[in-house]
Structures are given as structure tokens and as C-alpha cells.
Write a protein that binds this ligand. Sequence first.
Ligand SMILES: [Zn+2]
Ligand SMILES: [Zn+2]
Length: 303
Amino acid sequence: MPLKLTILGSGSAVPNLQRGVSAHYLNINERRILIDCGEGTQLQLRRFKLKFQRLQYIFISHLHGDHYLGLVGLFSSMSLLGRDSKLIIFAPEGLEEIIQLQFKISGVYLNYKIEFVVLAATEKTLIFEDNSIEVYTFPLKHRITTFGFLFQEKTRGKSVNKDKIAEYNLTLPEILKVKKGEDVVRGEAIIKNEILTLPDSKLCSYAYCSDTKFIPELSEIVKNVSLLYHEGTFLTEDKDKAKSTMHSTALEAATIAREANAGQLLIGHFSARYHDTIAHLKEAQHIFQNVRCVEDGDEFVVE
Ligand SMILES: [Zn+2]
Ligand SMILES: [Zn+2]
């Protein structure tokens, strides 16, 4: 399973018993990532049975409270429960100062190291890569400095063609080479890797765009993404409110998904003024069919 996303909080501004505030848990190729961490996120992780000590990376979009106020509590709990492995946090400037001040004044020392990486991109920029995933950030347009994120699978191990393996009578060391993408060399003869493997399936990707006003150019940045999360805080009938608070409507989120040729669109960050999301769904489906209005605890898998 290359990519699994769990929605921890689907509401905006204030957490309530129906909806937590922004936080997504992403497992991409066994990298365990938290994206935003609104108040109460550690309880949501428990509620949805996700082990928070296994988190390796946290990405914070911006420093409005509904996207980061859960961090201090989460960090404290991790320390109290014995964490000793490093945590890497990507966030806009200022977060480290906020966190350090909190711990300094309360005289708390964490048992593990937190490494802060300051986001400062003015265009789509690679900010993290290892041998299996890469992460890009890009600026969004909101009331304060805000970043979106694109998580992409880089490579996937080759799947061998079992018939061909039998036909050429490959040894185990040869099969291991084939899985790494290498040709098989037997004296003068070379058996090409593409003969022995199945064609590559599409690599998975996930884009997180919250909070932001409508940015038409965003569709190019997240082109062909498998799973797109785009905030749809408001309905078109409240577009003045969306404009003044620099948020998007469900229709605008769907427009980005259509233009980007996204596999599936997830809409969230709903304003508490709406009692349900039926109208958001209807509005979005006018222009993009494969859309879900998310609820806390929803899981999405991309194979
Ligand atoms: Zn927000
Ligand atoms: Zn915000």
C-alpha cells in the first residue's frame, strides 16, 4: 500500500465534538507524516488508532491556531511517553520561537530532538527527498504566509514478470538485480530489464492545499496528482465571506481539481456555519465528479 491518508480534523477555526480542526496523517511508502496539527490532534490520533510515536515528519502550512495549536501538547506527550527519536518539522518562520518559549517558561526539556526547517519558498520547491519519496512546497494565498505541500512517490520496486523469470530460469541473485532495475548479464548475453519486469504502475501523490483563496495557477503545480485535498471552507452563496477571509469555495476547489486532472478531490476545512456538507458536494460535483467532503476518521488509499 503506497499511500494511505487519514483525516484527523475536517473543520475550521474551532474544534467541536463533530469535527476536529486541521490535521492529516499520511503514510506514503512507510514514511509517517503529520500535516498540520490543530488543537486536539493527539486525541484524534488515539481515536483513530495511529501511533504518534512513529511519526517522523511534521509539515505545518501556516501559523493560524487551527493548524498548529496541537503541537505543544503532542510534543509534551511524546516526551512523557518516552520518545527518543528525532522529529523533523517543516514550518513557516516563527514556529520554533513559539515552541521554545513555551518549553523555556514551563521549564520542560524534551527527551528527543526536534529539528526545525523554515519554509520560505516563493515558487514550487523541493524541500525533502529520500530514496523513495519527495516533498515539494509552494506558496498559497492567505491572510498570513501559508504553504501547500505535494508528497510524491519517487520510485517503486520493479514487479517481476513471473513467466519470463521461469522462461529464462533466473537465479535468486539475478531476480534481486532485476527488482532493482538492472539487466541480467550471462557471459556475452544480456537479458534486458524491461523484458523481465512488468510496466511501471503510476506513482502515487498527495497534495495538501489549505488555507488559501482561489489560485488558478495551482492546477499546474499539482498537475495529475492522485489525491488532492483543497479547502472548501464556504459555498458560492457566501463567496464574499470567502473573499474577505481569503478562503475558497467548494466550487473553486473543484475547479482546481478539474484543471489539474486530479484522480480524486477531497474537500474540507468547513466553516461551522454549515450543518452538513451536502451543498458543498453538490456544488463541487457540477464540475468534478470524483469528490468527497471529508469527515474526521475518513481513510483514503491510493494503490
Ligand atoms: Zn484554517
Ligand atoms: Zn488560516
